[in-house]
Design a protein around this ligand. Structure first.
Ligand SMILES: Cc1cc2nc3c(=O)[nH]c(=O)nc-3n(C[C@H](O)[C@H](O)[C@H](O)COP(=O)(O)O)c2cc1C
Length: 184
């Protein structure tokens, strides 16, 4: 299977990055082809509401950036992994930009194209205890449900302040690796 993983934290080797990479490690061990992207380091602009994707003026998106070049690959992927830190009670800004930019995968009648039936995994990391932000996982489930994608698991991690705090929650990293191994 082709797996594409997106990290929505600007912190390389931060908590979100480490959990997403643990999922990727497990997925590679199961023989999947995995590509990892750091959204904050990409030329990844916000949706400009030009509606070109809805008016079928373009294959995917009119914005000339790295994310648009990835869209055909997203269309062919079997599983998307999206990891985000909690910023001001929600997904991070770059993560939200990424989610907004998936509008080309919705038809004007709001039915989905390319993505239905594919798998997704979400990861959230917060400073507050994990239980504080289950609503963000619910939001992401609602989001991917809109595209008729199927959950292959989620990680909700909390009490993470310093970049490497997750190292002291080895059970979560093990759970993540296991989740990656089980993608099918
Ligand atoms: C701009 C900003 C806003 C944040 N907002 C919240 C918040 O609303 N609630 C919370 O629990 N943690 C918040 N945090 C803490 C991060 O969610 C937490 O440290 C997370 O583990 C960072 O993930 P990372 O290591 O992958 O960057 C915030 C951090 C930043 C930089």
């Amino acid at each position: 299977m082709k797996v594409m993983a997106f990290v929505g934290s600007p912190r390389r080797n931060g908590n979100t990055d480490r959990i997403v990479r643990a999922i990727c490690k497990g997925a590679r061990e199961s023989g999947h082809e995995v590509d990892l992207y750091h959204l904050a380091e990409m030329n990844n602009k916000g949706c400009i509401a030009c509606d070109a994707c809805q008016l079928a003026k373009v294959d995917f998106c009119s914005i000339d950036d790295e994310l648009t070049t990835l869209m055909p690959k997203i269309a062919k992927a079997d599983c998307l992994i999206v990891g985000t830190p909690i910023y001001m009670l929600q997904v991070s800004g770059v993560t939200k930009h990424f989610l907004d930019r998936l509008r080309p995968f919705l038809k004007p009648d709001l039915t989905a194209k390319h993505l239905p039936g594919k798998k997704y995994i979400t990861v959230t990391c917060s400073g507050a205890p994990a239980t504080a932000f289950s609503h963000v996982t619910e939001y992401l489930n609602q989001f991917f449900g809109y595209f008729r994608m199927e959950s292959a698991g989620h990680i909700v991690a909390g009490s993470l302040h310093e970049r490497d705090d997750i190292i002291r929650q080895s059970d979560i990293l093990e759970e993540a690796e296991d989740m990656g191994k089980k993608i099918n």
